[in-house]
Write a protein that binds this ligand. Structure first.
Ligand SMILES: C[S@@+](CC[C@H](N)C(=O)[O-])C[C@H]1O[C@@H](n2cnc3c(N)ncnc32)[C@H](O)[C@@H]1O
Length: 269
């Protein structure tokens, strides 16, 4: 990876096993991955060619949802857990382009994301960004650290894009969402994407099996009904839980091809 984009003076961790953050970056057309990530990424693409479209649709969903939250919904604080490696249109760039005073806390547990975190911290002078090296399995620790930057008495958008699929126990994943949202004030939002075999075509099951045998962390797909459990007690906005490629504030973009990833936005009453 060093010939691609490591910042000067920083020694990246050595990788012998493909890791999600770097493979995701590879699929998105980024530069922050190792050969092993490229090999696994290419093999998955040969089994399930739509995977790059899934990754791009997920990032487009991030843009649509955060622009809506920063604009129409007036949200000024964001807790983005499972941030991924910096790419185009990171959460703070989308939010602060609408409202420069926006405050964003990023959280990831991947050392490569930590090594590149400075790109996530270059926000507007009026706003604030922070990065927490933490694990989603410990939501209370994340909340405790996030309060250095976020005022939980005011609404926060909790962003969980493509991360609950790395919590293999659905009850635990539901508990993580509950802990996070219980700490948030009325008027806060949950923004979520999650892979599903319900929308996946040929090769999806085999591609996930290959991932789980050759890369880390292991991934779990969920049904729409399982994903709906994460929104209990919240008001899911229209168009509901749909393919993230088709989600637009208030309606389904029917001309967009569905991809194997559900997306939804919900408001805490
Ligand atoms: C599929 S990527 C999604 C990145 C970004 N949210 C997006 O939608 O483009 C998942 C990210 O979650 C991170 N991740 C996976 N398990 C995690 C955990 N237990 N705690 C914190 N981050 C985790 C990975 O390191 C990776 O950066």
């Amino acid at each position: 990876m060093s010939e691609r984009s490591d910042p000067p003076g920083e020694t990246p961790p050595v990788a012998h096993v493909a890791h999600n953050a770097r493979v995701w970056n590879y699929w998105l057309g980024g530069k922050d991955y190792y050969d092993v990530d490229q090999q696994v990424g290419d093999h998955i693409t040969s089994m399930f060619p739509i995977i790059r479209e899934v990754a791009r649709a997920d990032r487009t969903f991030l843009g649509h949802s955060v622009r809506f939250l920063a604009g129409e919904a007036g949200i000024r604080q964001y807790l983005d857990i499972g941030t991924g490696l910096p790419t185009v249109e990171n959460t703070h760039q989308v939010a602060q382009a609408v409202a420069p005073t926006s405050r964003i806390v990023y959280v990831d547990n991947d050392p490569t994301v930590l090594a590149h975190a400075r790109a996530l911290l270059a926000g507007t002078p009026e706003g604030e960004t922070d990065y927490i090296d933490a694990d989603a399995h410990q939501p209370q620790a994340i909340l405790d650290a996030a309060t250095d930057t976020l005022d939980l008495a005011e609404p926060v958008a909790v962003i969980l894009l493509g991360i609950l699929n790395f919590i293999d126990n659905t009850d635990e994943a539901e508990g993580i969402v509950k802990t996070l949202m219980a700490a948030m004030s009325s008027g806060s939002y949950l923004v979520l994407t999650h892979p599903t075999l319900e929308l996946g075509g040929a090769g999806n099951v085999e591609a996930m099996r290959f991932w789980n045998e050759n890369a880390t962390p292991p991934i779990t797909a969920r049904t729409g009904a399982e994903i709906a459990r994460f929104f209990q007690g919240l008001e899911v906005l229209e168009p509901g839980i749909v393919s993230c490629a088709q989600w637009r504030p208030g309606y389904v973009a029917a001309d967009e091809k569905a991809v194997a990833q559900f997306g939804a936005v919900a408001r805490k009453p």
